[in-house]
Design a protein around this ligand. Structure first.
Ligand code: FES
Length: 539
C-alpha cells in the first residue's frame, strides 16, 4: 500500500545529520559533575576524547545497516540483509551484529498494510528523518550530539494510521567486544496505530552510545521494552525520547543488568491532552558497576496522566542513582502524575541514591512522588531458611520476586530474569568477604554493663561476640592455647583475657597480646541491624 506520509528524506539525510551532530558535539563540552544531572556520575578518566577520535575515523565506512526489508519501493542495486525467521508471536525483527544487519523480516500481512520495518541506512521516510532531526534540536550535551554525529546503525518502525500491529517487533543488537558503537531506534506510529517493540542490547565491551526516538500520533499506543545486558566492561550512554499526541499511550519498561557504567535518560513528553505514559524500570548493579538512570515526565498539555515506577537492587561495591523529574508546563492543568523509586541494598558497601523531584508551573494538578530504600528482612530470610533454603538461595528468591512484578510482563522476561538470577548466582554476599549471618538478638547484649561477651553459634562454629559501649567485636570462642572459652574471659582495654591461663587477645584482630598463647584466633566483623547482631562470615 502506498503511503503519502512516506516521503523519502533523500539519500543524503544521514550524512547531513551526522555532520550536524558532529558540529554540535564540537561546540558542546562534556558533562561535568557541576551539572545536577551528572553530579553523581563523573566522566573523568574514561578517555572519551580518544574514543571520539576513534569513532570519527570509522565514519568513512558506510553506515552498518544494509537492508530495506519491508520498504514499499526497494532502491535498485542495493545489497539486501539476510531474511530473518519470525518466531510465533513476532510481527517483525531486525537483528544486528556489530553494525552489520544480519537479519530483517516483517510479516507479509503488515507489509501489505503499509508497515515499514527497516535498517537506518541512508534512506528513510520523511517522518522518521524529521523525528531524528528534532533529536538534534534537543541534544543538550556532548554525549547526545556525539551519538547523532556518529550514528552507526539502527532500525526504524513506521506503523500507518489505524493499523494495530499484532505481535512483537524485536530489535536485537549484539554489540562487538571493543570499540565504539552508536545504535539508534526510531518508532513512528500514525493516528490510532498500535505496536509492541522489544529491544535487546547485549555483547559489547567498549562504548555503546545509544539513542531512541518515538513519535505517537493521536490515539496511538506503544509498548516499549528495552533490555540492556551489555558486557560488564562496557560504557553505556543512552538518550531516549517519546512524544505523545492527544490520547496517545506509552507503556515502557527498561531493564539494566550489564555495563560497568550506565548513564541513561528516558524523556517522555505528553504533548496532547489526555495522553498517558507509564514508565517502568528495573536495574541490578553489582561489583564495579555504576548505574545512573533518569526519567522525565514532561506534561505539556491538559489532563494528561503519567506514572513512573523504577525498582533497583544493588550489591557488593555497586552503586545506583535514580533521578526522576515530573515537569508540568503552565498550560497543563488537570495533570495527574506520580513517580516512585524503590531500592534494595543487598549488603554493606553497596549504595543507592534516589532523587525524585517536581517542577510545577500550574496549580490545578495532582503530582507526588515516593522513594524507599531498604534491605531484605531477616524475618523473611529466617522463614525461607525454615523451609530448607540456604541464606543465598533465600536472598536470590526474594530479589527475583522483587523484580518479577516488573520483568514478568516483558517479552524478554525469561532472559531478563535469567540475567538477574545469573548476577545473584555468586550469592548476595559482599564481594570477596563473605555473607552476613544473624547470630543473636541485640537484646542479649543489653544486659549488664558497658562490656559484655556472649557465646553464639555461627554456621556450626562457636564465636565469642563482645560489646564494648556501642562497638561489637567477635573472635573464635576457643582459645588457641588449650581448651578454654574466651566468652567467659575478662574484657579490659580492648583485650580479652583467657580465663584458664590468662593469655590476652586483641578484640579487633585476634592477635596475641600476652603469653602463654602464641597463635592468634580468628576475628570477624560484627554489626547490629534491625534488632539483631550479625557476623560477616567468610569461612
Ligand atoms: S587456654 Fe587460654 S591461655 Fe591457656
Amino acid at each position: 500500500m502506498a503511503n503519502p506520509v512516506l516521503a523519502r528524506a533523500g539519500r543524503g539525510w544521514l550524512e547531513e545529520l551526522r555532520a550536524r551532530g558532529s558540529e554540535l558535539a564540537r561546540r558542546l563540552s562534556w558533562p561535568t559533575t557541576q551539572e545536577e544531572e551528572w553530579r553523581r556520575t563523573s566522566l573523568a578518566g574514561l578517555k572519551l576524547e580518544a574514543l571520539e577520535a576513534g569513532a570519527a575515523g570509522l565514519l568513512a565506512a558506510p553506515v552498518g545497516g544494509n537492508g530495506k526489508g519491508g520498504t514499499p519501493h526497494e532502491p535498485e542495486g542495493r545489497p539486501q540483509p539476510p531474511e530473518g525467521h519470525l518466531a510465533e508471536g513476532q510481527a517483525g525483527l531486525v537483528r544486528f551484529h556489530g553494525s552489520a544487519c544480519t537479519g530483517l523480516a516483517l510479516a507479509e500481512e503488515w507489509r501489505r498494510k503499509g508497515v515499514l520495518l527497516a535498517a537506518l541506512d541512508g534512506e528513510v521516510p520523511g517522518a522518521v528523518a524529521a523525528l531524528m532531526d528534532s533529536g538534534l534540536q534537543r541534544a543538550d550535551n556532548r554525549i547526545a550530539a556525539w551519538h547523532l554525529g556518529s550514528l552507526s546503525h539502527g532500525a526504524l518502525l513506521y506503523v500507518p494510521e489505524g493499523v494495530e500491529l499484532a505481535g512483537t517487533v524485536t530489535v536485537d543488537l549484539e554489540e562487538q567486544a571493543a570499540g565504539a558503537s552508536f545504535p539508534h531506534l526510531a518508532v513512528v506510529l500514525g493516528r490510532g496505530a498500535r505496536a509492541v517493540v522489544a529491544q535487546r542490547l547485549a555483547g559489547g565491551g567498549g562504548l555503546v552510545n545509544a539513542g531512541l526516538d518515538a513519535q505517537l500520533g493521536d490515539g496511538a499506543a506503544l509498548e516499549l521494552y528495552q533490555l540492556q545486558d551489555l558486557g560488564l566492561g562496557s560504557l553505556f550512554f543512552s538518550h531516549a525520547y517519546a512524544a505523545l499526541g492527544r490520547d496517545a499511550s506509552l507503556r515502557s519498561l527498561e531493564a539494566h543488568l550489564g555495563s560497568r557504567l550506565a548513564k541513561t535518560r528516558m524523556d517522555c513528553s505528553l504533548e496532547g491532552p489526555g495522553a498517558e505514559s507509564y514508565l517502568n524500570g528495573a536495574y541490578l548493579a553489582g561489583a564495579g558497576q555504576h548505574m545512573d538512570l533518569r526519567t522525565v515526565q514532561r506534561h505539556r498539555s491538559p489532563k494528561a496522566t503519567s506514572r513512573a515506577l523504577y525498582k533497583g537492587a544493588v550489591k557488593d561495591s555497586g552503586r545506583t542513582v535514580y533521578q526522576g523529574l515530573i515537569e508540568v508546563s503552565p498550560g497543563a492543568s488537570g495533570t495527574d502524575a506520580y513517580l516512585s523509586n524503590k531500592n534494595l541494598i543487598l549488603n554493606d558497601g553497596a549504595r543507592a541514591d534516589s532523587i525524585p523531584s517536581l517542577r510545577i508551573d500550574n496549580n490545578d494538578v495532582r503530582c507526588s512522588h515516593g522513594s524507599t530504600t531498604g534491605r531484605i528482612s531477616p524475618e523473611e530470610l529466617f522463614y525461607l531458611g525454615s523451609r530448607g533454603l540456604s541464606p543465598d538461595e533465600a536472598r536470590a528468591m526474594l530479589v527475583l520476586g522483587y523484580f518479577e512484578e516488573l520483568l514478568a510482563r516483558a517479552p524478554f522476561a525469561e532472559a531478563a530474569l535469567a540475567g538477574v538470577a545469573g548476577r545473584l548466582a555468586a550469592g548476595c554476599a559482599v564481594e570477596g568477604e563473605g555473607r552476613w549471618l544473624p547470630v543473636a538478638e541485640a537484646d542479649a547484649f543489653r544486659q549488664g554493663g558497658d562490656s559484655i561477651a556472649v557465646a553464639v553459634e555461627c554456621d556450626g562454629r562457636t564465636l565469642a561476640v563482645f560489646r564494648l559501649g556501642e562497638q561489637y567485636f567477635a573472635l573464635d570462642d576457643t582459645c588457641s592455647h588449650e581448651y578454654s572459652r574466651l566468652s567467659e574471659g575478662e574484657i579490659l582495654d580492648g583485650e580479652v583475657y583467657c580465663p584458664k591461663h590468662g593469655s590476652r587477645f586483641d578484640l579487633r584482630t585476634g592477635e596475641v597480646r600476652g603469653l602463654p598463647a602464641t597463635q592468634p584466633v580468628n576475628a570477624y566483623r560484627v554489626k547490629e541491624e534491625e534488632g539483631k547482631v550479625w557476623v560477616l562470615w567468610d569461612r
